[in-house]
Ligand binder design. Structure first.
Ligand SMILES: CC(C)(COP(=O)(O)OP(=O)(O)OC[C@H]1O[C@@H](n2cnc3c(N)ncnc32)[C@H](O)[C@@H]1OP(=O)(O)O)[C@@H](O)C(=O)NCCC(=O)NCCS
Length: 421
């Protein structure tokens, strides 16, 4: 499909006519002054860290009575309208997929993230999700998407309190509508309004780029699984010297079979045991996801090309868990040999009977067998204990996590953080 088939704003007149209106919109939105502090993403400040006079763990601003939440969507310039995206509809899922595929990539980079339709459904439709939080802006004439933002409900535990939050995930503005403050003045305001309508007053989001003061900054580590391909596509420093290449391949070599007895793919029948195992493990971290059985079924039950989870079963008891999710990178380089890099991202791992080092070595072995080229892990939870031994290298990318309208008195370390998203 050509880009012009996909996107609303490739039609020059759509973009030109709306440019001025979009610029004016940031000034003229009803409530734009008073509601500035109510925007989930852009305005997070974390100035309170270390202020012992403040209570630890609690909303910064109290909830507003629901009757005071604006009932109607914010205004859009006349060529555009809001659309709620039903991700269970194949047509709508494809429209979002195509929009993100076309508009997400940043041409400055050789590798572009490509979220599959299956991945989008996994990420956007967990138990209790609100379709109203999958928000598109489309051109009235062409009905093509011009912007998208999404949120999903999640429970996190902050010390001893469980907080219902909206996790703000994928957002994207059509390239021709960028730098006009459409994100903060339109998209974030609207998602915030819709989150408030569900009586949710806290939110979280993560970004690779640092904006405002994050709750925590975590570091990515990266482990080559298929070094020859990664060197060929320049994902990793390409070594000209053949001997050096051969040594690199040898260095990252992995056994063909897993080591741990009882290591197998997670199944439906494991859900209660995995829930117990993970809840128990996460209880030691200051801030962590609060999973129940429905969440585990959705987020962990294996789905090809999306989420991979393995357990260790000994005498009918599930003792360990490792998991990773899949993101494909497309190579913007007309590479003669390869079109994509298959990335695995470490999700949640729990080791009680097996050492975490051995468990994660098995995770590397199975991820390689599943066709992944590279394995990423953040330095959260106990991950630091295996990274260097398993030949992960510090990556030059970070993930900053932000909490909206929730105060924590003391700063957290990645090893005290039990959340991955
Ligand atoms: C991120 C993106 C939506 C920003 O759109 P934009 O048109 O460049 O930004 P706007 O002009 O609408 O607004 C700028 C304001 O939005 C906010 N903002 C911009 N980028 C942001 C980001 N990545 N995260 C959070 N807030 C952001 C800031 O408040 C910024 O104001 P500031 O520069 O004064 O701090 C756009 O660049 C995009 O679609 N990128 C590709 C997809 C992507 O990277 N999404 C983010 C991760 S899901």
């Amino acid at each position: 499909m050509k880009p012009s088939d996909v996107n609303a704003c490739d039609r020059a007149e759509d973009c030109k006519s709306s440019k001025i209106q979009l610029e004016n919109m940031s000034k003229s939105q009803p409530g734009s002054k008073t509601e500035k502090a109510d925007q989930i993403v852009a305005d997070t400040k974390f100035k309170d860290v270390g202020d012992t006079s403040l209570p630890d763990g609690g909303p910064v601003e109290p909830a507003t009575p629901l009757s005071e939440v604006k009932q109607e969507p914010y205004n859009l310039p006349s060529p555009y309208e809001w659309t709620t995206c039903d991700m269970n509809s194949d047509d709508m899922c494809s429209a979002v997929y195509n929009f993100l595929k076309e508009q997400f990539p940043d041409k400055r980079y050789l590798f572009q993230e490509n979220y599959s339709r299956e991945f989008l459904r996994w990420a956007l439709c967990p138990p209790g999700y609100h379709q109203s939080w999958h928000i598109g802006v489309r051109a009235k004439n062409s009905t093509k998407l011009a912007a998208f933002i999404s949120g999903v409900p999640e429970r996190i535990r902050v010390h001893d309190k469980v907080v219902e939050i909206a996790k703000i995930t994928l957002f994207c503005i059509h390239k021709k509508l960028r730098s006009k403050k459409v994100l903060p003045t339109v998209m974030i305001k609207e998602v915030t309004r819709r989150v408030h309508l569900q009586n949710i007053w806290q939110a979280a989001y993560s970004l690779p780029a640092k904006r405002a003061t994050p709750l925590i900054t975590c570091q990515y580590w990266v482990r080559m699984l298929n070094p020859m391909k990664l060197m060929d596509v320049r994902f990793s420093c390409a070594l000209d010297n053949t001997t050096a290449k051969r040594l690199t391949v040898k260095l990252y070599n992995l056994p063909d079979a897993t080591i741990t007895p009882g290591f197998r793919k997670m199944e439906q029948r494991d859900i209660p045991a995995v829930t117990g195992l993970l809840r128990n493990y996460l209880s030691q971290f200051g801030v962590a996801t609060d999973f129940d059985e429905n969440d585990i079924e959705h987020w962990f039950l294996p789905r090809e090309h999306v989420i991979y989870s393995y357990v260790v079963e000994t005498h009918d008891v599930i003792t360990d868990l490792c998991s990773f999710y899949a993101v494909q990178l497309t190579i913007d380089d007309n590479n003669p040999k390869h079109e994509t890099v298959e990335c695995a991202y470490s999700y949640y791992n729990v080791a009680t009977q097996t050492s975490l080092l051995q468990l994660m070595k098995d995770a590397l072995i199975v991820s390689k067998k599943e066709g992944f080229d590279v394995f990423h892990a953040l330095d959260v939870m106990h991950n630091e204990s295996f990274l260097k031994d398993l030949k992960f290298k510090l990556d030059n990318s970070q993930m900053h996590y932000y909490l909206y309208n929730y105060r924590l008195r003391s700063a957290l370390k990645p090893s005290e953080f039990g959340i991955v998203f």
